[in-house]
Design a protein around this ligand. Structure first.
Ligand code: URA
Length: 229
């Protein structure tokens, strides 16, 4: 693929802007400045650098982010900055968007991508993609509460009960809950339905991908589709 086209597909601006970056010496490949926008490269495994920042060529971008509290998942946030503001411009330019939503005060694993088919695959209710949340409850959890979460609870506006697929108790207040649906405020509403309240919510996994320990709050990285589903 021509270098100009490579930059264009990776979100570095209009074709004209991409050409400008190249002819003005901002782009290096294998530590060599490439000033010819028409030079051809095999994109397989290609890493290019713009102003000293390395970028892997990816046909579709899949990003894992550790969402901090105080950010909204919407493109046009109302009260807080968007999670998209934590990403560099080329990723925003190429249309990367969150897969589903985490509440403003929820932290942890957020997947973002510009692959529409992948968003559909991960969010379609019939696909039952698992999500694991670490829940901190306001009051101590009882065995009865856990039992009811596993059995299923009726949430306002829903026609069927929603149940946890798995629960792992960490201490009196903290537990991990696995669910496969993605209803609005689902975890908070489920915990409220059994008579408790969520005081902190952190997503630790989505599909097969677990938030890595070294991906600290606000950080993000490229991941491969095979790591997710
Ligand atoms: N359930 C919630 O209640 N909030 C989230 O952010 C995610 C799941």
């Amino acid at each position: 693929m021509r270098l100009e086209q490579i930059l264009f597909t990776q979100g570095f601006g209009t074709r004209h802007e991409c050409r400008g970056l190249i002819v003005n010496g901002h782009v290096t490949i294998n530590q060599t400045v490439v000033e010819d926008p028409q030079s051809d490269f095999d994109v397989n495994g290609l890493v290019f650098s713009v102003d000293g920042v390395n970028w892997p060529y990816v046909e579709k971008a899949i990003i894992a982010m550790n969402k901090p509290t105080g950010y909204e998942c919407s493109r046009k946030p109302l009260h807080h900055p968007s999670v998209l503001s934590l990403l560099p411009a080329p990723l925003r330019n190429r249309g990367v968007q969150p897969v589903g939503r985490l509440d403003e005060d929820t932290t942890g694993l957020l997947i973002l991508t510009d692959d529409g088919a992948l968003i559909h695959r991960l969010t379609h209710p019939k696909k039952h993609v698992s999500k694991i949340y670490r829940v901190t409850a306001k009051h101590a959890m009882t065995q009865e509460m856990f039992g009811r979460l596993l059995e299923g609870v009726m949430l306002d506006g829903e026609r069927e009960k929603v149940a946890a697929d798995d629960l792992v108790q960490i201490d009196d207040y903290v537990f991990e809950m696995q669910i496969t649906q993605g209803k609005y405020h689902q975890v908070k509403r489920m915990v409220a339905a059994v008579g408790n309240r969520v005081s902190a919510l952190h997503r630790v996994a989505l599909g097969n991908y677990h938030l890595p320990d070294d991906l600290t709050a606000s950080k993000w990285r490229f991941i491969r589709r095979e790591e997710l589903i």
